[in-house]
Design a binder for this molecule. Sequence first.
Ligand SMILES: Cc1cc2nc3c(=O)[nH]c(=O)nc-3n(C[C@H](O)[C@H](O)[C@H](O)COP(=O)(O)O)c2cc1C
Length: 201
Amino acid sequence: MVTINNRYFNKVEIMIYRPIVIDEEIVFSKKKFIVSKTDLKGNILFINKNFCEISGYSEEELIGVNHNALRHPDMPRSIFYLIWSSLLAGKEVSGVIKNLAKDGRYYWVIADFSPKKDARGTITSLTAFRRAAPDQVIEEIEDLYATMLKIEKKHGMEGSLSYLEAFLEEHELSYDDFLGELVKPKGIIATLLSAFKKMFS
Ligand SMILES: Cc1cc2nc3c(=O)[nH]c(=O)nc-3n(C[C@H](O)[C@H](O)[C@H](O)COP(=O)(O)O)c2cc1C
């Protein structure tokens, strides 16, 4: 059970919502930004209208539910491990994520995660700002994730993290540099995204 605003939510509900995966993409405008805010365990506290529209879930269905309700089986566990490690260390981090919509379709996003801190520097909540991932980003990351997932199934998360490390070493990049190049917003999208982030920070 989790409690939010004195209401009780049963985590088991997540299991009920899990859709059957369909290999069909939801394509959405790159000007449609998606935001969600969670507690320190990833339980959803807030989602915006675009989140509902694109994922197919209503606010009532998702508030209080863990964010892993949208986890797509094609996503390697180690990517979330890296995201959570940064966030809980108080650092911003980005990621390219394939999400599972309510109807079983998928949508790719570039997500910028940010920890919110109080005056003492204690993390109080976590926010993710997402935008549509361009085709060339998806192309680049899809093969990498597929390989990581295969390794993960055989050798666990340690195996896929080692593979990622070797992949980055070969390209002489850190994870942050690799992602930075891949996900940096450009032109008008950068301006719009920056304004959007200010609205929800
Ligand atoms: C602010 C925030 C937003 C998140 N957004 C997503 C998301 O859109 N899709 C997703 O699969 N996981 C998201 N996660 C990560 C999930 O909490 C979870 O770690 C992930 O789905 C893997 O689930 P599992 O550890 O139960 O396998 C988010 C986490 C945080 C803190």
